[in-house]
Write a protein that binds this ligand. Structure first.
Ligand code: ADP
Length: 328
């Protein structure tokens, strides 16, 4: 449904608000036709990056290229991008179909043509039956689909989504994220989705771009970023990892990659400080040299074959290949 799939590229993009540097010379190629999540804690510069790509915020320095063309100074509607907002920003007095057709009306497209186009989009998001309703007659999930259809009607190369699931309850959030993923795959265009939730990013993204303090800390396939964090920040933010300082350096190791053995028989010794049953796993907290706390997630069968208690001295063991060196 799009004209072409174009590559989005950021070249040394900077955003300053007065003295605050919100985005600091960020460069990145986004793979065409992929689902990318921009992930990081509040205030790290995700939304500013997205808003600059959308054209809702000016670029202080650097360029934004789409399909090789510099779009940094173009108005939002001329860029080949479309934005879906967190609060959906639907017009309360317009019916579903007129909300979806709105941008075509602005372009002067006649009623019959724009309604035909909007009907196509509503079919795509499975809302044909609700075309004549007003936004406040819809559930949160339905409103979100209207907002999606409204963004997609411009046939963008890149759909920008700013925390699109945060207004939904947890049950709906999981359902809608599956729908977003399916829609992206059906359309084959790039989705760039801002989130502060690592679960959401892992569930959705082909590529995760982790931001921290106005810069990209690490970018790569979701599994790579989770499994092999390059910095202590990424390891801690993605979760499921221990960050350890060992005689040979700083490392991240996944909690589920650590096993228990007899004292002296592992890679390091520790004393158990807490044991927590979690159903499929038992979470063991142990103190190792340097007063460091390490979490080991032991499958329940393995744990109950050799149960341990707080106070016990044990060896902690892991495969060397699961130890990921950290650069900072
Ligand atoms: P995130 O989306 O990761 O939460 P933002 O891009 O919203 O981060 O914000 C990055 C930084 O820029 C923060 O320090 C924030 O306070 C600041 N900031 C964002 N928008 C504005 C603005 N309109 N005026 C001044 N400072 C802003």
């Amino acid at each position: 449904m799009t004209e072409t799939i174009k590559e989005l590229e950021l070249v040394q993009v900077t955003k300053r608000y007065g003295g605050t540097v919100a985005v600091d010379a960020v460069s990145h190629h986004f793979k065409p036709g992929s689902y990318t999540c921009l992930l990081g804690p509040s205030g790290c510069g995700k939304s500013s990056t997205l808003r600059m790509i959308a054209g809702h915020e000016s670029v202080s320095d650097g360029s934004i290229l789409l399909g090789g063309r510099d779009i940094s100074d173009l108005p939002p509607a001329k860029r080949g991008t479309a934005m879906m907002f967190q609060n959906y920003a639907l017009f309360p007095h317009l019916s579903v179909i007129d909300n979806v057709a709105f941008s075509l009306k602005m372009k002067g497209v006649d009623t019959a043509t724009r309604h035909a186009s909007a009907a196509q989009m509503l079919e795509l998001v499975d809302l044909t039956a609700l075309s004549d309703r007003l936004p406040d007659q819809l559930s949160g999930g339905q409103q979100q689909r209207v907002a999606l259809a409204r963004a997609l009607i411009t046939r963008p190369s890149v759909l920008l989504l700013d925390e699109p699931l945060s207004a939904l309850d947890p049950f709906l959030r999981i359902r809608m994220r599956a729908e977003l993923r399916k829609l992206q795959q059906e359309l084959g265009i790039s989705f760039l989705h801002v989130t502060h939730g690592q679960d959401e990013a892992l569930a959705l993204a082909d590529e995760i771009v982790v931001m921290n303090n106005a810069v990209i800390e690490q970018a790569g396939p979701a599994r790579e970023v989770f499994n092999a964090p390059k910095t202590a920040f990424v390891a801690q933010f993605m979760g499921g990892h221990n960050v350890m300082s060992l005689p040979e350096g700083h490392f991240a190791v996944r909690a589920d990659a650590i096993g228990l053995t007899a004292k002296g028989a592992g890679m390091t010794d520790g004393q158990i400080t807490a044991v927590e049953y979690q159903g499929t796993h038992v979470s063991i907290l142990a103190r190792i040299a340097g007063d460091q706390e390490v979490t080991a997630l032991i499958p329940d069968a393995a744990f109950f074959a050799h149960p341990q208690n707080p106070g016990d001295h044990v060896g902690l063991t892991w495969d060397k290949q699961n130890l990921h060196p950290l650069t900072s």
